[in-house]
Write a protein that binds this ligand. Structure first.
Ligand code: FES
Ligand code: MG
Length: 589
């Protein structure tokens, strides 16, 4: 695997005899905290540690400690570590939405990796958007890079029952709305769901993206699932530090790892995980930055018929600690490989292929990670939906409850399609204000819509499509209504939704023309969702909308909101910054 030793790029900063003045200038300030000239001019690789942890980012805070073990590994393997901060992205703490900051962190990290004397980088990831932001930057710059997860939280318990982060809150808010759980009880349940340091312990966006970074080949085998407090977490941090030094010496870059086949592996594993609906957005973004043509249709083509093997909340029963004990990602890849569903030849940061990494691996707890004959669900991938409301949207089939399937899909007269009446909300604030208002007259035959929630309408795309039904329906035992929207939804939510609709209302998508009471027909088998409104009426609404100056959305509150709104792509295209995509592999091989 070892190639001819490449000239390290850091030497053009620290040891360029043709430009002694510049070398002196670059060197002297890195000496002032105790590094020596001998070290910086020794020809040892300089390895960045992209630190995403901070007090503002609790999910990634374990990295503040783990960085010490990464440093030990780098030093022992003959490298020099330089740790630096990445713009924080805390999913649950950032207003208006953390996803606004994914592209900002990406841009910042690209500048750092390109503009400083780094030969390779350890990407510390965890909370939802930190993984894609780091992978996108590594893809653009294309210097040797390796991912280290901070690890999920331990299992949460409440009243003796497993209690998973995010999911517990979606459930508790219903009990609270029905008057079954008081404020104190609600807050206690939330705290119980987050029992230790680490990121979400459900198969939400964080565990999905950490697992998929391993499947893509960017993380050492097993590294995506070790709980944050476990002994192995520090140990894999040490090995990650060692390994990045070798990756620099071997000149193995993201572009040799992030291939078309690797992305197809990620799609397949995502179905087996019951993974988050945010995965298509982020995986598409990484693919676009490395120059792999991945379309939303690829999710259905490669992923729809893959069964769900991992029994984790929100689609299943267990939590991340159980997933790790059952063998984690290598066990899932091992099970899928038995059926020939994995491109086994894909190179990984271990220096071996994914097939070699996972050879002979399989489930170590057959209820948590199932075999094919005991799969939790036959087709667990995303269905791609289109029609006169949008060009594309996705639906996560793995979370459709029995009750939902019985009510809507197993109807003997019409097994694949159902109709309902639209109730339309314009953005999250409108929905929150009106959802319990009886005058809207929401019934069990309603379909809830939310628009103005896409990357431009609600800068960064709001996680709101999983709308709670009104209190008065909850009290009558109706837990879910079909929800459709141009926003996203939390990966920890089990709501039956058609989401990530593109183009969004704010750029003239069909959702902008919808009115309360419009009849909607959804045919999941054909992958169609349409408003049953005449072509003439649609044209007339279109003219009215244009006369009004287009779909109105709230003004930007910060400079970045305004800047991003001007250059961001739609969710089906990964919500990337359009003019960033042409910058690929910007550090030449
Ligand atoms: Fe950070 Fe879920 S909120 S991982
Ligand atoms: Mg989320």
């Amino acid at each position: 695997m070892t190639k001819n030793k490449p000239q390290l790029r850091s030497r053009s900063w620290f040891d360029d005899p043709d430009h002694p003045d510049m070398t002196a200038l670059y060197l002297e300030r890195y000496l002032n905290y105790g590094l020596t000239r001998e070290e910086l001019q020794s020809g040892k690789p300089i390895i960045g540690i992209a630190q995403t942890g901070s007090d503002l980012s609790p999910c990634n805070r374990p990295h503040l400690e783990l960085a010490k073990r990464i440093r030990d590994g780098i030093r022992d393997a003959g490298g020099i570590a330089m740790e630096f901060p990445v713009h924080p992205i805390q999913e649950t703490g950032k207003r208006p939405t953390a996803s606004l900051d994914r592209n900002l962190a990406y841009l910042g990290l690209v500048e750092i990796l390109y503009g400083y004397p780094l030969d390779g980088v350890v990407l510390t990831v965890g909370c939802d958007k930190t993984t894609p932001a780091c992978l996108m930057a590594a893809a653009t710059v294309d210097i040797p890079a390796i991912v280290l997860s901070g690890g999920p939280m331990l299992n949460g318990y409440s009243g003796g029952r497993l209690c998973g982060s995010g999911t517990a809150i979606w459930e508790a808010r219903e009990e609270h709305a029905k008057g079954e759980l008081d404020y104190e009880g609600f807050m206690k349940r939330a705290a119980d769901s987050a029992p230790s340091a680490g990121y979400c312990n459900t198969m939400g966006t964080a565990s999905t993206m950490n697992s998929l970074s391993e499947v893509l080949g960017m993380q050492l085998p097993g590294g995506g699932s070790i709980p944050a407090p476990y002994r192995e977490r520090g140990q894999v941090a040490y090995h990650t530090g060692q390994r990045i030094v070798d990756l620099v010496r071997e000149d193995i870059r993201p572009s040799s790892i992030l291939t078309r086949e690797a992305f197809e592996n990620a799609i397949v594993v995502n179905s087996a995980l019951g993974g988050s609906t945010n995965a298509p957005i982020h995986i598409t973004a990484v693919a676009r930055h490395i120059g792999v043509d991945l379309q939303i249709e690829d999710w259905e083509k490669h992923g729809l018929d893959v069964p769900m093997l991992v029994n984790l909340q929100p689609a299943g029963k267990y939590l991340a600690e159980d997933f790790h004990r059952a063998g984690g990602v290598p066990a899932v890849v091992g099970e899928l490989s038995k059926k020939g569903l994995i491109h086994e030849g894909c190179l990984t940061v271990s220096g071996q292929s994914i097939g070699e990494n996972c050879k002979g691996r399989g489930s170590e707890n057959s209820d948590v990670i199932r075999s094919f004959d005991k799969a939790l669900m036959p087709s667990a991938g995303f269905k791609v939906i289109s029609g006169n409301l949008f060009d594309s949207a996705i639906m996560k089939l793995s979370v459709l409850s029995e009750d939902f399937r019985d009510r809507y899909l197993n109807n003997p007269d019409d097994p694949d399609a159902f109709e309902g009446d639209a109730v339309v909300f314009d953005g999250p604030e409108h929905y929150r204000k009106l959802i319990d208002d009886p005058s809207l007259n929401i019934t069990k035959n309603s379909i809830l819509f939310i628009r103005g929630a896409g990357p431009i309408g609600y800068p960064g795309a709001a996680e709101v499509v999983n709308m709670r039904v009104p209190d008065y329906l909850l009290r009558r035992g109706i837990k879910y209504l079909p929800c459709i929207g141009d926003g996203r939804q939390s990966g920890t939510s089990g709501s039956p939704s058609i989401l990530n609709a593109s183009p969004e209302a704010a750029v003239g998508g069909g959702l902008a023309l919808l009115k309360n009471g419009d009849r909607i027909r959804i045919d999941l088998n054909k992958g169609q969702a349409n408003m049953l409104v005449s072509e003439q009426e649609i044209q007339s609404r279109q003219q009215d909308l244009e006369a009004a100056g287009g779909y109105a959305y709230p003004e930007s509150q910060t400079p970045w909101q305004e800047i991003q709104r001007g250059i961001v792509d739609q969710l089906s295209e990964g919500m990337v910054l359009k003019n960033a995509v042409k910058y690929q592999r910007i550090v030449a091989t």
